[in-house]
Design a protein around this ligand. Structure first.
Ligand code: NAP
Length: 259
């Protein structure tokens, strides 16, 4: 019988993180889940180990990983998801950010926002929330993945990085995460550890969900499903993607195309 696989997922109480946890559960993974509220309901539903803590705190991430390994005996995969930066923007009272529209999803010569209006505190908080969280999780899980003979790490990023908009720090900061992903995947490839990023586009739980102007701009003609993000991340976390590492996988219904 194949050995039971084990994974940790951060920021997993709802949204994309919860969808990823459900998909991994369907694929037979035992799970450790982290969020500030502890993912209680989902952990109960999936027979997972729920931990209350923040992705910005290294000690909380370390606790998630150690307790999961202690409970389930090994670790094969990790998904570094995070909260949305809307909370950071609200905390620092950043104003003047236009909602995503058909026009400003990509380069817009008429968009003349003051790119220096974002306070330094918001840059630092976003760095903690969406970049350093991934480094902290990678640091915590690497010894366990090596012990398991290899594994996979998936960082949840976002399509803002493909065409950074002159409105907020998300785009440039996500590019920093992609740089780390390339370095990490080089360093640990020979240990059998792969690292990739998933870049969601406009997903059904976004505040602009249903905006017809945006729907019209998306080649697939709709917002992405949470379940679709779950299956894309589960693919990257599992051996199904065994020959893919150091990649940024855009899941945006065709809005952005590289290469
Ligand atoms: N949805 C989209 O359209 C979209 C598109 C591109 C990229 N993304 C990215 O995907 C990620 C997830 O987005 P989402 O739409 O799924 O968000 P969401 O529905 O708002 O869910 C956020 C999750 O993060 C947890 N969380 C928030 N802050 C946390 C912290 N400091 N420590 C631990 N957990 C925390 C929340 O649980 P608690 O409240 O219990 O902590 C919740 O489970 C974000 O990085 C977002 O930028 C989303």
């Amino acid at each position: 019988m194949a050995e039971q696989k084990v994974a940790v997922v951060t920021a997993a109480s709802k949204g994309i993180g919860a969808a990823i946890a459900r998909e991994l559960h369907e694929r037979g993974y035992k799970l450790g889940l982290l969020s500030r509220t502890g993912c209680k309901e989902l952990a109960e539903e999936l027979g997972a180990h729920g931990v209350a803590g923040s992705v910005t705190e290294e000690a909380d991430i370390q606790r998630l990983v150690e307790e999961t390994v202690e409970r389930f005996g090994r670790l094969d995969a990790a998904v570094a998801n995070s909260g949305r930066h809307a909370e950071v923007i609200a905390k620092h009272k950043v104003t003047g950010i236009p909602p995503a529209t058909y026009r400003n999803l990509n380069y817009d010569p008429d968009l003349k926002n003051d790119i220096f209006a974002v306070p330094w505190g918001a840059w630092h908080d976003d760095l903690d929330l969406i970049v350093l969280n991934c480094l902290k999780l990678a640091k915590a899980v690497t010894p366990h993945l090596i012990a398991a003979g290899g594994g996979a790490i998936v960082n949840v990023s976002g399509m803002e990085s493909v065409q950074p908009r002159a409105t907020y720090p998300l785009g440039p900061l996500r590019l920093a995460l992609h740089g780390f992903t390339k370095i990490y995947s080089d360093r640990y490839a020979r240990d059998g550890i792969r690292m990739n990023c998933l870049l969601p586009g406009m997903i059904e739980n976004a505040s602009s969900a249903g905006n017809q102007e945006i729907v019209d701009a998306i080649p697939l003609g709709r917002f992405g499903g949470l379940k679709e993000m779950g299956s894309a991340a589960a693919f990257l976390a599992s051996e199904d993607s065994g020959y893919i590492t150091g990649q940024m996988i855009v899941a945006d219904g065709g809005l952005n195309r590289g290469i």
